[in-house]
Design a protein around this ligand. Structure first.
Ligand code: CA
Length: 231
């Protein structure tokens, strides 16, 4: 599967060069020209990395990055037109992974993107991949971050994958929201409990699309969630 890159940049000529370079190198790139459109795209689709312009017509890329960081650790590379060191530092302090200063060569940007994906992929390989219990209707391919349900591949975001994989490893075990956050997010934060619920909700919808009558994820009121033990 090609890594998916979201480019949020308001100058069409800059965006075009970036998209061309990314696609030439085997990435799948989507482009949006405003913070608002980028935000919507992020809600609707999983991305492996975001290339984010600092100066956008409807807001600053820094603000958008801070917002993204509340729920996601997706790598962010800033494009900045201001070369002052302070801007660079701010850019990295708010949770960005790297930056390039305009004007830059698209090839340089692609090299940075590759380096970050190599780094984050390694950090993200799930350890101790135990074989899936053969009685469960799930098949986990940890290397591809893919899970099949009743033989049907699920289209999961990175966090949905991690949550479902956590359940599958320990069927019947109840995970509190906090436990799930600690398992799944690299930098968990108490404000993310609602985010866990939102991911569970979308996971359930995806599972229901395959088998409407089965509800594999069980809610334990006041406690948390678990995967059904018997099928
Ligand atoms: Ca701009």
């Amino acid at each position: 599967m090609k890594p998916r890159i979201l480019v949020i940049e308001d100058e069409p000529s800059v965006a075009e060069n970036i998209l061309y370079a990314l696609e030439t190198d085997g990435f799948k790139a989507a482009w949006h020209a405003t913070a608002g459109a980028g935000r919507t795209a992020l809600r609707n689709d999983p991305f492996d990395l975001i290339v984010l312009d600092v100066g956008l017509p409807d807001g600053s890329g820094f603000e958008l990055c801070k917002e993204i960081r509340k729920t996601s650790t997706v790598p962010v590379v800033f494009l900045t037109a201001r070369a002052e060191e302070v801007d660079r530092v701010v850019g990295l302090e708010i949770g960005a992974d790297d930056y390039v200063v305009k004007p830059f060569s698209p090839r340089e940007l692609v090299a940075r993107v590759k380096a970050i994906l190599r780094r984050t992929d390694k950090a993200f390989v799930p350890e101790a991949a135990e074989p899936t219990d053969p009685r469960l209707p799930f098949r986990v391919d940890a290397e591809r971050f893919a899970i099949a349900f009743h033989g049907e591949p699920l289209k999961l975001t990175r966090y949905e994958f991690k949550i479902l994989e956590t359940f599958i490893r320990r069927p019947g075990r109840i995970f509190t929201r906090e436990a799930l956050m600690n398992q799944v997010w690299e930098e968990p934060d108490a404000s993310m409990e609602r985010t866990v619920d939102a991911h569970i909700k979308s996971l359930r919808a995806k599972l229901r699309a395959v088998r409407p009558e089965e509800d594999p994820i069980v809610t334990h009121r006041g406690l948390g969630y678990c995967l059904k033990e018997t099928w």
